[in-house]
Each structure stands twice: as C-alpha cells, then as structure tokens.
Design a protein around this ligand. Sequence first.
Ligand code: SAM
Length: 251
Amino acid sequence: MPRKLGQHFLTSEAVLKRIAAAACPEHTERVVEIGPGRGALTRHLLPHTNELHAVELDEVLVTRLRNQFHDNPKLYLHHANVLETDLAQWGPAVITGNLPYYITSPIVERFLSLGPDFKRAVFLMQLEVARRITAKPGSRDYGYLSVFAQLVSEVDTVVTVPPGAFSPPPKVDSAAVLFRRREVVPHLWRSVLKLASHAFAHKRKNLRNNLRPFYGAIIDNLPEVNLRAEQLSVEQFISLHDRLVSYTETA
Ligand code: SAM
C-alpha cells in the first residue's frame, strides 16, 4: 500500500456523508476536489453538483477513477499536482478534499488566498492542524495560521475522525474543518497578516520586542505593546494594523 502522497482512504460512509453535506448543504454549481484517491468522497459529492473538478497526482489512481466514473459527464479528472494547479481556473467553486496531510497548510493557505468567489471549503486534515486553525486567542494552539484562517473566514470543526475510519489508518486523529469566507474581508488583509507574522515570530517575546524592528519607536505608544501576540484577537490585530498604517501615513 503506497503511503507516500498521504494516501489514507476514507472508508466510513458516515464521515463521507458529513463532509459532502458540509461542502454542499445545497445544490452547488461547481466543486473542486483535491486528492480524489479512489473516489470515495467524489461519489458523495457528484449528486450535489453540476460540475466536479478532481485534481489527483497519482497516475494509477487517475486511471482507476477514469474507469470507475467513465460514464459520468459531470466529472472532470485532472492529473496534476494541486500545488501547481490554479484552483480558480474553472470559476467560482466550493473546494473540498480529504487532504494529503504532508501539504495541508499550503493547500489551506491557497484556498484562503483566493478571491470572494470562493466562499466555502471543507478540508479533512490532521486534528493538530485543525486545532490550530480553529484556536481562540490565549489558547496554546493559537498562532499565525489561526489568524490567517479567521481573518479571511469563519471556521468550524465539522467532525473529528479516528484513524480507524481510514484504510490504511494514519497515525494521528483527523478533523474536517469548514471555512466560510467572510462577507467583508479587511481590504489590506495581506498587510494585517504580515504584521501577525512579525508578531508571532518569537512566541515568548511581547509585541514591543517583536514589532519594534519593523515599525520603529511608534510601537512604544501603543497600549497593547506589553502583550504577546497569542493574546490578541483577530479584531485586535486589525485595529493594531490600522493604527500603525495611520501613524506611518501621518508621520
Ligand atoms: N479522497 C480520497 C479518500 O478520502 O479516500 C483520498 C484521500 S488521500 C488522504 C489523499 C489523496 O491526495 C491521495 O489520493 C493522493 O494520491 C492525493 N495527492 C497527494 N499529493 C497530491 C498532490 N500534490 N496533488 C494532488 N493530489 C495529491
């Protein structure tokens, strides 16, 4: 059984149904599936959409999928590396998949960086990453990935999944996370994120020490400088960012 490429196939019908229902709570014009594997989730998604683009890297699995679904005109199979695929090329879509865990973060970050036409995604991932994505300020798991995800979207855990729901079972627990893109994403979200990346650079240091090298002495005037990044909510990061921008512009 090839474990390279993160190949752990879901066998639990209950979990597959939960993921498909979270991805497509109503009929969905277009869906993009990452890593269809042997088509377990694909089969549950097809009844909910008119057009399903499935991106799979393993040629053997692509051939198998072509045979399995050969008569289904709704399915478009793409033999490609998802990290080299423009996920926006087919137009607005829901994005989903039981992800290859070795590239969970880059896939999630690619979804988050898409435009407002990409309103929804559901990804099955390792529980540890799901916890970081959904973590609240002040908790151990809260960090850059939490701020990135929550700046752009609302995040919820759909279901947690034990290793026994896969064949072969992975070594870790998993969870499916639902991302709903916010109606209003801050205009300068990339710049807020840059601030967050500086703020989290050294987790034990406070904001003054992490941010001073980048923003200079104006940092000393901010009321939150003695806090650490993990204590700041997403709204506080946005507020801090906006004040820094206005100070810099008026300086
Ligand atoms: N969706 C199937 C299921 O739930 O049973 C398979 C999920 S398995 C965890 C991950 C799938 O992603 C595998 O089929 C693997 O071949 C594929 N994969 C791994 N790396 C990939 C990449 N870079 N681009 C596209 N697919 C990839």
